[in-house]
Ligand binder design. Structure first.
Ligand SMILES: Nc1nc2c(ncn2[C@@H]2O[C@H](COP(=O)(O)OP(=O)(O)OP(=O)(O)O)[C@@H](O)[C@H]2O)c(=O)[nH]1
Ligand SMILES: [Mg+2]
Length: 230
């Protein structure tokens, strides 16, 4: 069977992806913080999962780490209220951290809480020294909304100078047809081209925690970030 273009079943992870998935599977809870000064300083590269409330950040972390409840995922938007840190790699020699951040844009959060959280997140993204990658999760059906664009503007300098990598994940891709997914990827790419400079290290991928679409590719990409020096 030479032509696989009409084959609807995605290929399983290749060897490098399997190794990357074995690495993401090592993730364990490290600590939780509601303020920046509660986060431990670290020399390890830290990758932050950010995006609108309900975009699927916690579900993506659970899928990537192949652990059902490592990050708390919920039908109730605004569930993640703290910055949760997870450590990866051998226990005696951890090599990276994942940070699950609270979502933005959840209307039912009180104005005071919202402002406080926006400030914590802004400070985190602007000042966290170990931050070396941002995974921006966007519901593939909505695309990059105004709030996501504002976030991109906000991080564009750190991303543009190459100190922080960026990966945009179009989540819940299981809800879209292939054609819709391709269109969503193209729209996201066009928007990114507007917001971040060409030389920046930026990727876009379709992802589904449910169907596991993109799982191996994303694990591989994050692993590559670590191997490239965090
Ligand atoms: N169909 C589908 N549903 C998903 C997927 N990922 C997440 N969901 C659902 O979307 C809802 C929100 O998921 P969460 O992972 O809790 O989202 P979050 O971004 O962590 O939300 P906050 O913590 O509120 O910021 C839950 O009901 C999930 O089951 C996916 O890939 N496919
Ligand atoms: Mg969450």
């Amino acid at each position: 069977m030479a032509d696989t273009s009409s084959d609807t079943t995605a290929p399983g992870p290749d060897e490098a992806q399997q190794q990357a998935l074995a690495w993401t599977h090592t993730a364990r809870f490290l600590t939780t913080a509601s303020r920046l000064d509660q986060l431990p300083p670290t020399e390890l590269p830290e990758f932050a999962f950010v995006g609108r409330s309900n975009a699927g950040k916690s579900s993506a972390i659970n899928a990537l780490t192949q652990q059902k409840r490592l990050a708390f995922a919920s039908k109730t938007p605004g569930r993640t209220q703290h910055i949760n840190l997870f450590e990866l790699g051998p226990r005696e020699a951890p090599d990276a951290l994942f940070a699950d951040l609270p979502g933005y844009g959840y209307a039912a959060v009180s104005r005071g809480d919202k402002l406080r959280w926006q400030q914590v997140m802004a400070d985190y993204l602007a000042t966290r020294r170990s931050l070396s990658g941002i995974v921006l999760l966007v519901d593939a059906r909505l695309g990059l909304t105004e709030l996501d664009r504002r976030l991109l503007e906000f991080v564009s300098q750190r991303v543009g100078t190459g100190t922080v990598r960026l990966l945009v994940l179009l989540t819940k891709a299981d809800k879209l047809s292939r054609r819709e997914t391709a269109a969503a990827l193209q729209a996201a790419q066009a928007l990114l081209a507007e917001h971040v400079t060409e030389q920046a290290d930026v990727g876009v991928a379709a992802f589904s925690a449910l169907s596991r679409q993109g799982l191996g590719e994303v694990a591989r990409l994050l692993r590559d970030w670590v191997e490239a020096g965090g």
